[in-house]
Design a protein around this ligand. Sequence first.
Ligand SMILES: *Cc1c(COP(=O)(O)O)cnc(C)c1O
Length: 376
Amino acid sequence: MNSIPPIDLKRQYQLIGEEVSAAVTAVLSSGRYIGGPVVQEFEQQFAAYTGVSEGVACNSGTDALYLALRALNIGAGDEVITTPFTFMATAEAITHAGATPVFVDIDPETFNIDITKIPPAITNKTKAIMPVHLFGHPVNMSALMDIAQAHNLLVIEDCAQATGAEWAGQKIGSIGHIGCFSFFPTKNLGGCGDGGAVTTNDQTLAASIRRLKEHGMSDRYHHQETGINSRLDALQAAILQIKLPYLERWNDARRQVAENYHRLLQPVSEIVLPQELSGGRAVWNQYTIRITKDSSNNEYRDWIRSQLQQFGISSMVYYPLPLHLQPVYENLGYQVGELPIVEGICHEVLSLPMFPEITLEEQEQVVYSLKDSLSL
Ligand SMILES: *Cc1c(COP(=O)(O)O)cnc(C)c1O
């Protein structure tokens, strides 16, 4: 049997390698490596794809989140409500902006923030909600925007894992005040290096982000505020420009892969399968199951994972420790047991190999090995 990686970016490159090489060569010979027409074109294309008027490219998804917070004047003394079940970058951006992340427990069905638990977490310091569309699954943005409007809160969408996902027919990143995207290679739209973008329909906000990402510079060498250096380079923009037209196709392929897993795993009783919310279009950055067979044993999932590895199947654990219990956030004073759903689920989750090019035979091998491991 072949070994199966969690994701294989080489297969995608084999498909589009020639186009990418030509685009890269064109940039190399143009002599314009930072900024310039390629970056501008990509910004416009990405904004059009997302269904907003403004797209601003930057150096990473992390920077996109930080720039969004800064542009919205969120900082010291402010609270931002978010999920504890996400990559560190979400909360890190809040901390870097000088604000305080407030973690709300998750919905066990979707792994996303439990919207019903947001209102009780709102205080007079709350400025914004930062929902994360985790694993490619859109948050119920209709319900979330209702709460935000009722309490006059800003909404910054962390779209890093869900480029192309939709809620109620609208692309995520176009529903809140600002959408933040990552083009890290393993995301649904990934470059060959770091990259990110911010989307919005607010021209003033977009202009502010453009300043902040270039050292707070309004006119050349005139600085209004303390910014950062966060530019998308022209090589990444050229590569992303080649890839963007393929994104819908790749997301459809991911949806097919998810459907296959679903069919193959349906009869297995010791696990819980991920579901797509009605009203949303998920783009499956991950296919994450819960292993509930021995939920009293916190090590059982890790044991299954090591069994799978012996069969040559590489699975991943996103995420083993929720953010409210991370050592770096000890100062926030969260106690074990405070967010019980996420604290239980982090011992159960297992992400199976998921990428558009995985074959049905490989999926069958994954499922076969998983069933075998569960029955040991
Ligand atoms: C990847 C990711 C980020 C950060 O993106 P980078 O481009 O790696 O900085 C932020 N939030 C989530 C949920 C992510 O998965």
